[in-house]
Design a protein around this ligand. Sequence first.
Ligand SMILES: Nc1ncnc2c1ncn2[C@@H]1O[C@H](COP(=O)(O)OP(=O)(O)O)[C@@H](O)[C@H]1O
Ligand SMILES: [Mg+2]
Length: 578
Amino acid sequence: MKKTKLFKRFLKYYRPHKKLMFIDFSSAFMVATLSTLMPYGIKMILDNYLPNRDLKMIGIAIGAIFIMCILYGLFMYVNTRWGHVLGVRMEADMRADMFAHLQKLSFKYFDRNKTGHIMSRISNDLTSIAEAAHHAPEDLLMSVLTLSGAFTFMFIMNPLFATICLVPMPLIVIWGMIFQGRMIRGFRQVRKKVADINSRVENSIQGIREVKSFTNEKHEIRIFGEVNRRFVQAREDVYAAMAGFHSGIHVLIYGYSLMIIGVGALLIYYDRAVMAEVITFYVYSHFITRPIFQLCGFIEQFQQGVSAFERFGEIMEEQPEIKDPPKPQNPPVIKGAIKISNLWFRYSDDEQGEWILRDINLDIRAGQKIALVGESGAGKSTLAAMIPRFYEAVRGSICIDGINIMAMTQRFIRTNIGIVQQQPFLFDSTIRDNISFGKPDATEDEIIRAAIDANIYDFIKTLPDGMDSEVGERGVKLSGGQKQRISIARVFLKNPPILVFDEATSSLDNESEELIRDAMERLCSGRTTIIIAHRLSTVRDTDYTYVMRGGEIVEQGVHQELLALKGYYSHLYSLNTL
Ligand SMILES: Nc1ncnc2c1ncn2[C@@H]1O[C@H](COP(=O)(O)OP(=O)(O)O)[C@@H](O)[C@H]1O
Ligand SMILES: [Mg+2]
């Protein structure tokens, strides 16, 4: 992305927080101003009021410096507190934008990108941006102002002495840059290692059933030990940098003060300076070391912020591959006739990529119940995912009620199609929340009705917490059949004219299958239904069957006709896979 565009996008995040920005930067300005004025006040006392023996002015000046000192503390407080608040609010805005943007992206994006990486961008990366967003301008402002102010006063007082004071600057700057850089990079490493630990734990806990059934606990512990060791290493590196930085700072600060006294003494000896100047310079030395280190850290922090913001920009620039037409033609109602004509599809964007669906033709009347059968990998789920436009055809078309789905909005198509998957996904929440996901504003009565229709209500009633029972992560507290019936209840609530059952009963035992088939029957009535299945029992009473093999429809007809063909269908039938 172009730098100017990136910069503009970044500035946009300051806009809603103008007031905070003003508070932050003006307090930084005040801190810098006070840092330069306070030592100058001391000079006034020593140089003017003391020689004149003006006790009243000495008292006033000391009082004024004391007030400045209190103000310095106050502005420092405001700056530290509200600067960070500014950063964290900007971070929250960016995070909200990023989350909303992620919700818009198409399946293909999530096929390509790992959850862990997306997570680390939305958490770690945004934190470094937020830090840079307020620290970088604050530090730059404060340090440049303090340093230029201090040295201006110093040069006005005694140019020779001020020039000598500049000499050790490069040494301090180099020291600061080396260790500050190391520290900031180190902290970044630590954050990465923490992300590794989290993703390792997540993976292992999610797969705990697999781990235990393969008795691979030792293996998991070993892998975790390695990740954990790398985290310790990263921390140790940071501590080394921190120790180097802090011990160095102190030596340099004391050394610098000592140098000022030493050089000052020599200058007084040779009549090139007076005592008041030496003392004032000494006080200045305390105020200028902090901005120097700030300036050193600035470069590294700024770079990290920029690169994190670039990664943020990359995601925000990512366009959903599936876009709504500029002038959508959503019909008022959908009856549910589906016509698929000469449809070709492949997952890869590569021209040479293998076709997953080849020249598919399908004609389903509204309210018809059809079956889609074929071996695993034939492309059945892919074909089903194309009707709600989760993926787009490379060639050919899909029409619903005679209108090409490309002319409708995704939202409209998807509200009209209900999908029941082989492995339904339940959210980590209550049964009620999981059912009402089908219609977030559903009333309690509607939810109960849906649960009854889906043959799950009797089971819910046996639970102590009923509808409020937690289902656990991905629904682990429920059996496969119970999860499936909850996902069917969702679709009852959604009440779409078109249904897709993708192997909805394939992984269930006979009893659950019976309950689900009964619920499915009820759901299907009056709707266009596509049943993808292995078992003949589910398929036999459909109106029509399409047989898929290697991405093509190889046979079609009703059960008896297909058997009579003595082709692929009857072969699958004889293998008992149908
Ligand atoms: N998200 C995906 N990205 C790339 N290839 C995929 C994806 N999903 C499925 N495939 C491939 O597409 C082919 C058809 O898969 P699928 O439609 O799931 O078959 P079926 O449902 O008939 O078992 C398989 O070869 C599979 O490897
Ligand atoms: Mg499938």
